[in-house]
Design a protein around this ligand. Sequence first.
Ligand code: PLP
Length: 484
Amino acid sequence: MRELLFPLSAPAKSIETVAELLNDTCRMAVDYLRELPARPVGARATGAQLRAALGGPLPETGEEAGAVVRALAAGADGGLTASAGPRYFGFVIGGSLPASLAADWLTSTWDQNAGIFATSPAAAVVEEVAAGWLLELLGLPAGASVGFVTGCQMAHVTALAAARHALLARAFWNVEEQGLAGAPPLHVVIGAEAHVTVLRALRLLGLGSRTPTVVAADAQGRMDPRELRAALAARSGPTLICAQAGNINTGSFDPMDEIAELAREHLAWLHVDGAFGLWAAASPTLRDLTAGAALADSWATDGHKWLNVPYDSGIVVVADPAAHRAAMTATAAYLQHDDGRDPLDWVPEFSRRARGFTVYAALRSLGRRGVAALVEDCCRKARAMASLLRAEPAVEVLNEVVLNQVLVRFLPDAGAGSADALTRAVVRRVQRDGVCWLGATTWHGMAAMRISVSGWATSERDVEDSAAAILAAARAELAALRRS
Ligand SMILES: *Cc1c(COP(=O)(O)O)cnc(C)c1O
């Protein structure tokens, strides 16, 4: 029987070769992690250097696996950013929790196709379990359906496809079968601060990125509910509202309970972009920021941001599983639908990486309290960073630090150049110096440094060292201005 079960089992020599390769690679990975906190945080190599190190003609014959991996690691090294490390504050980028990283290794080793239950019952069931935990943690309806996608971008696409289905179905239009040509018009309403991925999702779904009614936002980027009321009163028909929990620049939250009430009055579908902000719901002390979010119809969030799951990991949640499934499901004669959740019913992909494993491992290694502590800790460190920087007279903090985002502007001496130019110069200098990494943005017409504290590995010491590096860069740029 054993021979029948394993007729193609590889010779021992071969598995030993694989074991050696993987053990060597594991040592390289561990060395990388060990050195990660001490690495310059930004990449050092230029594109040209990386092309020289990694490029060349397609090899005619294959190379030995270990040599390939070593060459890849050596060639890539200078082009890696220490975004998994403790002093990376650019964009909104979390690190990788150890349990989640290890689960990611297994995900690749197991090489499961998480398309349908039949291709991997384990992947399907782990997604199901992680989905239930996520709903509980984020305070979302227990009956909602969940899909594991590549990021918040595809979570938007999935959720808004469900919205499009449901809104048009109410107008007796089957968009999956009939398409959009000739369909009743959808009134799409977004906030002035909607993330670019919402617009791209609308574009991909044939709803257009220029067609939405844009509702004004306040100084912190929060949608103005009075303006929303006026926008909804001005047009009837099927309506989709896209609100935001966690502005990419300020971290602010749209007033979700007022928006949810207006959505209900107008029978509109309410979608929430909660890429990182929705995680505030996992903390008893921050939960109020999201009040009302649970009343929405769909939510998009990320695992690879605040949950610190390795890339890529996005999560879509839809309150009405029938609409979600109708928008996504696919079948073919050769598929096998066993008695279980087919992941492809809830995402745009067909064959797919088993993304549930890393989310499961992250949630299980942190537990409810650990997730709350991670989120609260990052917010505390963002406030600490803001107060360390604010102590310097040339520094202005532009936002109310309600979450993990800090927007900073640097002010030159009176008459000595522009704050925009100084701020961008400080950002570039910090990036070059390599103690920490963060980027620039434009907020309400002003250049600003964006600081996002999203990683589990960031310590208080890292915050202090980074604030010192930022202030040193600011002093150096101010001194240069004075000399010029
Ligand atoms: C990061 C972010 C997105 C996009 O998420 P991806 O995971 O990069 O696709 C969307 N909305 C907001 C508010 C974000 O911060």
